[in-house]
Design a protein around this ligand. Structure first.
Ligand code: DHB
Length: 391
């Protein structure tokens, strides 16, 4: 009798103890590390609003697990990003790290994802090589090559013969420059000069004077999200808007978040990119309205869809693994996923874990007193051309 009740008590205790870790496992944590302060804070605000919006619309329970979002500010500094990633993994036991507003931040964190076998979702950084730095990286943003090749083709077909390129002097700028130059030359175009401007406290004025003197048909530009305002101000001050030199670029320059501040000088700027606030789908109209309701001071830009789709990727992967958070199983579940985003149809290339998406050519137009990137041509299923060329 005594022995029996002892065993029963033991079993009850085991059950109780057993339920403790099970209860702790009920929560799956996602850590987003993004610049919420410093010169790239707009990216962080876009990421935060979009991720919260996704959870508001899709609930906080997936495959029986409660989803908890932790958002941390790295101020755009790589040493912060890597340290915060380690803390989130070791102390908070997150099952995903996500965000990564700039290429150096993603590069510094890649080895941490590899060592911990934790999926790392790149929601902004756009240098081709990033996804090759860890088998645990999946990208929901874009690569610079995707847009650069499309705008190079457009230029070659539209009476642009001579181009000066101007890019920010770091990895995505180098990708944006090389993909454009190679493609434009292959179509018979001429590159007059290639200018690189420092990322810290950029002063474009002296470089813009060189562009005026060189008199190309077009100036092709890549600057990271947020830095277009300074460039456009100096562009107008130097009279480039009245020089007859066309302004073209990847869509980072006409970032929807800051485009309205550019003034009418931006009207007619042609860019190629994967997202516009003005994308005319029903899903995007709903997305823009809901986003503005959650954060009335922001217009959703291309960083926002990187985060919104990154959350979708995480939710769908968890559904496929039945809530299991094993890193290898989650990455396998993410490969080949396809869905409709506010930007249009997208998928994850199962071979490269990079995003495949439609790239649009857009022209800045004024509608109801606001400036928009209005899409007028589209190229579906664009893969990262830099990786494709390596095959
Ligand atoms: C990167 C950052 C940006 O803000 C952008 O528009 C494109 C690329 C990057 O650092 O990879």
């Amino acid at each position: 009798m005594l022995r029996k009740s002892f065993l029963a008590a033991l079993a009850a205790t085991a059950l109780a103890v057993g339920t403790l870790p099970a209860a702790a496992q009920e929560t799956v944590k996602i850590g987003i590390i993004t610049p919420l302060t410093g010169p790239f804070a707009s990216t962080g605000k876009q990421h935060e609003t979009a991720a919260r919006l996704y959870m508001q619309q899709h609930g906080t329970t997936v495959a029986g697990k409660k989803i908890e979002l932790i958002i941390r500010d790295d101020a755009g500094r790589a040493e912060n990003t890597a340290r915060i990633a380690s803390e989130l993994i070791q102390n908070d036991k997150v099952s995903f790290i996500a965000g990564f507003g700039l290429t150096p931040l993603a590069m510094a964190t890649a080895p941490i994802a590899t060592n911990a076998k934790v999926p790392m979702i790149v929601m902004m950084a756009g240098t081709s090589i990033i996804t090759e730095r860890s088998p645990y990286i999946v990208r929901t943003s874009f690569t610079l090559g995707q847009s650069a090749v499309i705008i190079a083709d457009w230029a070659a077909k539209n009476k642009v013969k001579k181009v000066v390129t101007l890019v920010t002097d770091y990895a995505p700028g180098h990708d944006a420059e090389k993909s454009f130059v190679d493609q434009f030359k292959s179509k018979g175009g001429e590159i007059v000069e290639s200018i690189r401007v420092p990322i810290q406290n950029p002063d474009y004025a002296p470089f813009l004077q060189r562009v005026l003197d060189a008199k190309p048909d077009a100036l092709y530009v890549f600057v990271p999200s947020g830095q277009g305002s300074i460039l456009m101000k100096q562009y107008v001050e130097r009279g480039l808007d009245k020089s007859g030199i066309r302004l073209i670029g990847t869509g980072d320059i006409t970032d929807d978040d800051i485009l309205n501040g550019f003034g009418d000088a931006a009207i007619g700027v042609i860019t190629a990119h994967m997202y516009s606030t003005a994308h005319p789908s029903a899903m995007n109209k709903e997305y823009v309205a809901a986003f503005k309701k959650l954060n009335p001071s922001l217009r959703p830009n291309f960083a926002s869809v990187g985060a919104y789709d990154g959350m979708h990727l995480i939710y769908e992967a968890l559904k496929k693994t039945n809530g299991k958070t094993d890193g290898d199983a989650l990455i396998a579940a993410m490969k080949g996923l396809k869905w409709e985003s506010p930007r249009g149809p997208i998928s994850i290339d199962p071979e490269t874990r990079d995003i495949v998406q439609t790239i649009y050519i857009r022209k800045v137009e004024k509608k109801d007193g606001e400036l928009y990137n209005v899409e007028f041509e589209s190229f579906p299923d664009v893969k990262d051309p830099v990786k494709a060329a390596k095959k």
